[in-house]
Write a protein that binds this ligand. Sequence first.
Ligand code: AMP
Length: 282
Amino acid sequence: MQVVHTGADWNKYWLESIKNDKSIGFVPTMGALHEGHMDLVRKAKAESEIVVVSIFVNPTQFNSLEDFNNYPSTIDEDLDKLKNEHVDFVFIPNADSIYIEKPKLSINFGDIETVLEGAFRPGHFNGVGIVVSKLFNIIKPHKAFFGQKDLQQTGIIRRLVKDLSMDVQLVIVPTRREEDGLAMSSRNVRLSPEEREHALILINSLAKAKQELLASKPWFEVQNQIKYDFEEMPSASLEYFELIHPESFASYPDFDASQKSSICVAAYLGKIRLIDNLPIIP
Ligand code: AMP
């Protein structure tokens, strides 16, 4: 496994790979790797001849300096995990090499960034769009692998690839969960034992809402009950719990079994913000 730090370094290996007609799979991450990330890596290994994983905590996609400064970093463990999966290259740039200058370009994703994560994290998707574009331009992968856990992010990247005619195929990998159902996230290690237990309210609410919708309970009743459940849990603070179309991310006023739908949730447990989603009609 080769660790590379700059685009110029990677270019030498890239040229070699292309000359040998090898397909390149790319998994962008912010490190603090868990089994959810490793599912993406395994999928990339299965579908590509050369796998590149990037580890870069992108400052421009954070809304809070505190969140950025406290983002977990476990680089030695990360490298061990990647080596065990026989990853070919790990790209670990420093922020100065990615942002030689502060970008003047900004990306407006239209309606999709005015809802859910877009509404609660202003500028977040601009930061994601710019860094993913930079990483795609540097790595030049044939395929790139993203998690369904960040459902709206997959929509943003699909838009980016389509609107800018990027020559990369996106592969979306299902959410990996802990045994009790909590979606794996690098931020979970920052939860206190009590918050960790209470964090189950996210997946439990999604599962309960799904069951009730499929049993024909009106959405506004389901949503109100869930909001009430969150209010009853003092360590949890709900930001949104919405029934949406999983590509446009527009909210549905009510459930319609003939339309694709997912429920998306974001909530704080103490100071830690977690998100999750569940497909209702895939
Ligand atoms: P991050 O390091 O949080 O930026 O995530 C890097 C990639 O891993 C993104 O495409 C995420 O959607 C994906 N990912 C994060 N958590 C999970 C999970 N629990 N299951 C599947 N993919 C995940």
